[in-house]
Design a protein around this ligand. Structure first.
Ligand code: GLY
Ligand code: MN
Ligand code: MN
Length: 442
């Protein structure tokens, strides 16, 4: 990045913090709170062990301070005053103590280094605290713990991404795409899931603990396990397919990208299905715009998936009848996408602006975003088509079995499935594909 564009990015980051300051002032006033502590959190220790799970700072803490690894630290937000960032940095010869940040964003904070884990004192009258704390701790602070209405307002505020956040998401996408290219290359070279995973990590320049979520690296039938969680070290005899769902974090912001590739042993049907899914994916991305209800877009995915399966001869009924009979929900049981940001499945997706719940339709319990799209939301668009025996076998035995060509299903089964996933920002008039923007070097 040139010095000039670094300065632009610093200015965007400071503008993000300025907007956050104003938004918090309004939310705190509405909640009747004069001062808010935000706790970054503490690592969770494994039972009867001295080792901890990988730590991630609380999302609302990271919305202010891009320090995902910083535990036992606090923000104190008081409208009209600079936010106070208390960084836990005890003298320690076992670990490298946290340092005072010197990036441009740090100018927006009053920063204190502390060897205490306790919150910075505050004399304000009406106090609240958010984060992973218990009632006793909040009581000792004289603060209301995690007030639901305030949390709903803050979650809602995370749904729309500032220019700074969108720039981070593009950077995260760029690094992830380098990983995906390396993963594809490794697959073509004929290596195991573990080696593909390691190639992804190396090319995207990250350690496993920094990933936004555990990468899914699935060869063959494993591609039909939606959140396949292992990395087999042995090489399968045949290469039908590779599905990689993997991301990267930039200043805490997550990329979430999926690609699916056909292997040398894949049947032509699978190759052709991938091509059709790519077109379907692009159409769904292009349909993203302000005013579009995400539940309706999810419905469009099912309709188009049904058409695609009819065109390929997998379904022998009309697309309408296939959706009606629930066939497409068996071929794709997950949602079209979700809000993306500091968390890969970001907050605020199933509530309205006032915090009232917006549950998914009963037909789509896994749909994580039920809002109508508005400018600056960032969502994933990730249609899928899988052969999941647990979901398809009941249809094979059911009354409508003849409407599915089981010979074709069985031909596809060794390929597991297809998922394609890009990250998309809603603009004033349509959408911007951030994954494509990253690929084009913007
Ligand atoms: N990587 C998880 C998801 O796509 O939602
Ligand atoms: Mn996703
Ligand atoms: Mn994903």
């Amino acid at each position: 990045m040139s010095v000039a564009s670094m300065r632009d990015r610093d200015a965007l980051h400071l503008a993000h913090l300025d907007a956050l300051q104003q938004a918090y002032a309004a939310h705190l006033e509405a909640a009747g709170v004069d001062a808010l502590w935000i706790y970054s959190g503490a690592p969770h220790q494994h039972y009867a062990d001295d080792q901890t799970a990988t730590f991630r700072a609380y999302g609302h803490f990271m919305h202010w301070a891009p320090l995902p690894e910083l535990s036992h630290s606090w923000l104190l937000i008081r409208p009209g005053q600079r936010p106070l960032l208390q960084i836990h940095a005890p003298d320690d010869f076992w670990h490298l103590p946290a340092r005072r940040p010197d990036a441009a964003w740090s100018q927006a904070f009053e920063i204190r280094l502390s060897d205490e884990m306790t919150p910075p004192p505050c004399a304000a009258k009406r106090r609240a605290v958010i984060g992973e704390l218990d009632a006793e701790q909040a009581k000792a602070m004289g603060a209301t713990l995690n007030p639901p209405a305030l949390l709903a307002a803050l979650d809602h505020g995370r749904l729309h991404k500032s220019a700074h956040e969108q720039a981070c998401l593009i950077d995260a996408n760029r690094a992830a795409l380098a990983g995906h290219a390396a993963a594809r290359q490794a697959f073509e070279g004929g290596v195991s899931e573990l080696d593909i995973h390691l190639a992804y990590l190396a090319a995207s320049r990250q350690r496993e603990a920094s990933l936004p979520y555990d990468s899914i690296v699935a060869l063959n039938r494993h591609a039909g396990v939606l959140h396949y969680q292992h990395y087999a070290q042995t090489l399968p005899g045949e290469r039908h397919s590779l599905l990689v769902d993997a991301g990267h974090r930039e200043l805490g912001y997550c990329a979430d990208i999926t690609r699916t590739w056909a292997g040398p042993e894949a049947p032509d049907l699978f190759v052709s299905l991938i091509a059709s899914m790519q077109t379907l994916h692009q159409r769904l991305v292009a349909a993203c715009a302000p005013g579009v209800a995400f539940v309706a877009l999810h419905g469009q995915m099912h309709h188009e998936l049904a058409q695609l399966l009819v065109e390929h001869g997998v379904l022998r009924c009309s697309a309408e009848a296939a959706v009606e009979a629930g066939f497409t929900r068996a071929f794709c049981p997950h949602g079209l996408g979700h809000s993306l940001g500091i968390q890969v499945h970001d907050v605020g997706g199933r509530q309205d602006a006032a915090g009232a719940p917006l549950p998914p339709p009963t037909s789509d319990p896994a749909l994580r975003l039920t809002r109508t799209l508005t400018p600056n939301m960032v969502v994933t668009i990730e249609p899928g088509c899988y052969v999941i025996p647990m979901l398809l076998e009941p249809l094979r035995c059911g009354a409508e079995a003849a409407q599915i060509d089981w010979a074709l299903v069985d031909r596809l089964a060794p390929c597991g499935g297809i998922r394609l996933e890009d990250n998309v920002a809603i603009t004033a008039t349509g959408q911007r594909n951030l994954t494509l923007a990253a690929d084009n070097g913007h």
